[in-house]
Ligand binder design. Sequence first.
Ligand SMILES: NC(=O)c1ccc[n+]([C@@H]2O[C@H](COP(=O)([O-])OP(=O)(O)OC[C@H]3O[C@@H](n4cnc5c(N)ncnc54)[C@H](O)[C@@H]3O)[C@@H](O)[C@H]2O)c1
Ligand SMILES: [Zn+2]
Length: 351
Amino acid sequence: MKTITVNASKTYDINIGSGILDDAGSILPKIGSTAAIVTDDIVAPLYAQRLEQALSRNKTRIVRYVIPNGEASKNAEQLVSLVNFLAKEKLSRTDTVIALGGGVVGDLAGFAAAVYMRGVGFVQIPTTLLAAVDSSVGGKTAVNLEAGKNLAGAFYQPDAVLCDISLLSTLKPEVFRDGCAEVIKYGVIADGELFSSFEKPIKDQMENVIARCVEIKRDIVAQDEFEKSVRKFLNFGHTTGHAIELLSGYEITHGSAVAAGMAIVTRAAAQMKICDDSCRQGVIKILKLYKLPVNTTYDAASLANACLSDKKRDGGKVTMIFPEKIGKCIMKEIKVEELENVIRLGLEELP
Ligand SMILES: NC(=O)c1ccc[n+]([C@@H]2O[C@H](COP(=O)([O-])OP(=O)(O)OC[C@H]3O[C@@H](n4cnc5c(N)ncnc54)[C@H](O)[C@@H]3O)[C@@H](O)[C@H]2O)c1
Ligand SMILES: [Zn+2]
């Protein structure tokens, strides 16, 4: 088992290993007298009972809240109903909400833990690759509103993260692929050596890859918990990616959209001479190796418009992340009127 300590507004450990779900009772810090497990209807039959057994050894009272799986559950109604459930079960401030699931469960349960009684204990047990490397670390929680994704939320760090990599073996291939897009992102923005390791299947080196991605995110979050500066690097591929998600009415999944977004922004960077052509070729090659998309059918004007409806717009400019080389990115402010041209450069496929 690997343990990575995060020093943000809370200090907490991320434990990564195979089969460690069954040791949850000893690994997790004080979870109080009651633990509310929040999970979805795919993960519950697979893993909830094992977690409950592991925790019951400590004589913890356990209650379970199950949501329908999928992004549609990450909404305000579900948040209110979850908070009401916690109140009905009489959770106190020293008790703990445990998110057992992917990013949807983690974001919803985290937000509920942040607002119920102005904050109760919170533990993340990620069960998707995306949640393991991204959403379970760093303390962003949210629900979607009709006006857009993640529009209501809070920064709320967990008290612990337990990542049992053996749980990822039941993921559908397309859900696993989505997580690979985020993993590839970490290589491009921060670690050339990690990026080279993706030539061998990520599946075969899961513990090391997840640990390295988590360390990168940990280091970024430690410098900039509230996304004023360097945390923006984590948005590599996301400005265009979010636009693709939005235009598709969320039919295209986050990971696929981000993969296409990374390819587009890297091609633009090569055209703008921010990176050289080998960087462009390297990024496209790895994305293709993991069967991730490297372009979109939406045109530059529609994509630019959709980007501008995204909340990361800042006055008359949009902050975009471009690779300088594999392992190093730069942040560049793009004027709103130039955005369409930048995206157009990125849509052009080169040999
Ligand atoms: N908070 C953050 O910093 C942050 C970062 C990135 C993404 N997110 C959010 O994360 C969400 C996406 O997360 P996701 O990709 O994990 O999606 P998800 O939670 O919807 O999970 C994807 C699917 O996999 C199923 N599943 C989960 N674990 C499984 C397992 N072990 N075996 C079999 N099936 C399993 C789920 O039931 C679901 O159907 C989005 O809402 C996104 O906004 C948050
Ligand atoms: Zn993402």
